[in-house]
Design a protein around this ligand. Structure first.
Ligand SMILES: [Zn+2]
Length: 114
């Protein structure tokens, strides 16, 4: 059976997009969050923005094709239909650019490296 290309990144993607959504909420609604957790709204907003930027950077650099190095995160954002890029990313079994496929061997290889 064919493995999804980003099998080893699946947890990273799910955790990343969840935290991304939370940090976006912090940045967009600092007043609401600051009332809930008792922090000043500017520090909530700052924390939200910092997490958002760091995470976006992390996702963008951690999701490269092992074959050709194309950034699958940006590729997914640009090419997935109706903005459903997370679903698109998780369903790719081969690199859309070079056709690289994740085999058992390459998945193990990536596992050892990380
Ligand atoms: Zn590739």
């Amino acid at each position: 059976m064919e493995k999804p290309l980003l099998l080893v990144h699946r947890r990273k993607l799910i955790v990343g997009s969840t935290v991304l959504a939370v940090s976006a909420l912090l940045a967009l609604f600092p007043d609401t969050v600051s009332r809930l957790i008792g922090m000043s709204s500017w520090s909530v907003e700052l924390v939200g923005v910092i997490i958002f930027v760091v995470l976006l950077y992390w996702l963008a650099h951690g999701l490269k094709c092992p074959g050709c190095g194309v950034n699958l995160f940006w590729y997914g954002l640009g090419h997935a239909k109706s903005g459903n890029w997370l679903d698109w990313l998780l369903k790719q079994s081969a690199c859309p650019k070079c056709g690289y496929r994740a085999t058992d061997e390459s998945v193990r290889h990536v596992d050892q490296r990380t």
